[in-house]
Design a protein around this ligand. Structure first.
Ligand SMILES: [Mn+2]
Length: 339
């Protein structure tokens, strides 16, 4: 796909004002249009798509939000379930039912599936990539979330979002900016403030904390049963887990113990020893410790308060002779104690 404009053309990718953009958006559509908004589903893209659907309400025949892959993340499943957001998995849906295609929170180059479509509109906040000719483009890479851009459109249209939509949008902003720890700017904070008193607070909280499945609880039992406490550190090793995600959840959980400064959770995933470390980030740097402890055998590193190591079991043959959970647990403890 060839870019239709040279680099440094960002001014033309951004409408002059929100009002101006809104007028252009409205003149883009007709009452007989059956619109498909395609998204790679995450909280930001889902919320942005439903805000756009709301903007088009009563202006087009129908607007469908289509996802290009099933949602797996438990928080996101909870979001869609509690807010009753009607999403259509695109494989199941015939695309010739639609005459116009929109894309939010992404660009055609981001995914092979997106390249099938002749888009009329792209609204996004990712770095600008080569775009084909598209009638309506609003890309703002400096924004923390596409939900922020769409909140501004709603305001310009004088549409007060429903509680459901406000909850989705605020969750989109919170996840993409990681609660404003990551790239975000004044506009994101302003959108957050605007939405804040319009959301279902209890629902938002339930969505944010829903990262466990029922069978994950088994690993909590195991982690607690296997724990070793050495001064202000909790170590625990699980013989086998399906993915490293649960280790991260367990490490965060164990750091809740008030006089514990370090939690170290390890297990074997796909023939790899995975070590997740969390600490209070106060005196010692977790990333540096993990690197000193395990860097010689595999990938190891992280930040002050969060770090991770992944070591193929192959490489531990000479250092961990007995391939038992107990032996791996001891290896992790000994290495971390020394660094
Ligand atoms: Mn996004």
């Amino acid at each position: 796909m060839a870019p239709n404009k040279p680099p440094g053309f960002s001014a033309s990718l951004r409408p002059r004002s929100r009002k101006d953009a809104l007028q252009r958006l409205y003149s883009l559509v007709q009452s007989k249009d059956r619109i498909l908004i395609t998204i790679d589903p995450d909280p930001d893209s889902i919320a942005a798509a439903f805000a756009l659907k709301r903007l088009l309400w009563r202006r087009v025949y129908s607007t469908t939000v289509g996802i290009i892959r099933p949602i797996r993340r438990l928080n996101n499943l909870t979001m869609v379930r509690l807010l009753k957001l009607p999403l259509v998995l695109l494989e199941d849906k015939k695309l010739d039912e639609f005459n116009r295609f929109f894309l939010v929170d992404g660009q055609p180059t981001h995914n092979e599936f997106f390249q099938k479509f002749d888009y009329s509109l792209v609204i996004d906040h990712h770095p600008i990539t080569a775009l084909p000719e598209i009638p309506f483009v609003d890309i703002r890479p400096e924004y923390g979330a596409t939900s922020t851009i769409l909140t501004e459109y709603l305001k310009a249209a004088k549409i007060k979002p429903s509680k459901t939509l406000a909850t989705a949008l605020i969750y989109g902003i919170k996840t993409d900016t990681r609660n404003f720890e990551r790239q975000s700017r004044e506009e994101d904070v302003r959108a957050f403030h605007y939405l804040y008193d319009k959301v279902y607070q209890g629902t938002l909280r339930k969505i944010e904390i829903s990262d466990l499945s029922l069978k994950d609880l088994t690993y909590f039992c195991e982690a607690i049963k296997n724990k070793t406490v050495v001064k202000d550190r909790i170590y625990t090793h699980l013989p086998l887990v399906p993915s490293a995600d649960i280790l991260v959840i367990l490490a965060d959980f164990l750091l809740k113990v008030h006089d514990i400064s370090w939690s170290i959770v390890s297990s074997v995933v796909d023939n790899t020893l995975v070590v997740i470390v969390r600490n209070d980030g106060y005196r010692k740097n977790a990333g540096r410790s993990v690197q000193n402890a395990f860097g010689a055998w595999g990938s190891a590193g992280g930040h002050r308060a969060a770090a991770r190591a992944e070591i193929p079991l192959e490489r531990l043959k000479t250092v961990v002779k007995k391939k038992t959970p107990m032996a791996y647990a001891r290896f992790v403890r000994h290495r971390l104690r020394a660094s």
